[in-house]
Design a protein around this ligand. Sequence first.
Ligand code: ZN
Ligand code: ZN
Length: 364
Amino acid sequence: MTDDAADIDRKRIERVYERIDPKEFDAILFFDMNNIRYLTGFTGSDGVLLLQPDRVMLLVDGRYVTQAAEQSPHCDVVQYRDKVSGIATALAERGAGRVGFEAFALTVGLYEKIRERIRTTRLAPLDGELSCLRSRKDAGEASLLRRAVDIATEALTDVLPLLRPGRTEREIALELDYRMRALGSEENSFPTIVASGPNAALPHARPGDRKLAPDDPVIIDFGAVYRGYHSDETCTLVVGRPDAEFRQVYDIVKEAHDRAIAAVRTGVSGREIDGIARRHIEEQGYGPQFSHGTGHGVGLDVHEDPRLSPLSDQVLAADMVVTVEPGIYLPGRWGVRIEDMVLVGEDGCEVLTRMPKELKNIDL
Ligand code: ZN
Ligand code: ZN
């Protein structure tokens, strides 16, 4: 491990204690594997992190002892046979009587077993305290996100010539997945969406056997993963010639997207950004057809805090990465969604995703 890596890890742990008073808790238990990865570097699929201001203990089963020791040299790696016993032993050893835990990442079943086992320990759920823990990206994370975007951009550019009448959604999605993997993506950010014609009116359509027809609108929502970091971008294009109404709706969504991005900066809330996009769409008469939030944070999870929605009190801060993705969906006909990822700055933002968002029609 380089000094740099040690430095970054310590800063991340300090972020936990900016949110949680170490005087209130003897220890904090983490169960969310992406939070554990963020705080320790460990990329395994199972484990528990017991965090104290002066000690970081990573509890893993036998499969992961060697990997955890290699990936997390600043942690005390402890092997357990049974997770609940492992947690109980570690808490007893550390004399931890007041313990916070990630409420959103623990099943009720496991919670009950832990509580049963350590009756003298006071377990306190943490939820809002840990929201936005990973939202501000350091320079290393930003460069991994940029690399994920590079892979996705190159893959879609390669696949665009396949968008011809007669091709099925599934063929196009498979080619895009294949290209992303061939270019270095570990997996897809989420199941790739290629939705044509009336399927494009479903915000979360699954690619199927529908063949592209002349003049079809097509929504492509896709992302690559590079060293755990996700990209997320949506392009809506037309295979042939868009009609006047489609052009009009596209312009409305594009304007909502542009206005929201122009407003992104430090200090603005997720609700305000959502409101800017939503107001424009409502003013044009399509309010009920914009049926989802305007965006979300993206990083080790493809959907993470902060949220950009009518319900979000979360406030944007420098170095957060969020999507902006307004849409309008006309059931039975078609839909439009335009999505970019942006890096929040003090006075504005930088758009990270790179596919052009002007209305693109593919000549037949
Ligand atoms: Zn998306
Ligand atoms: Zn998204």
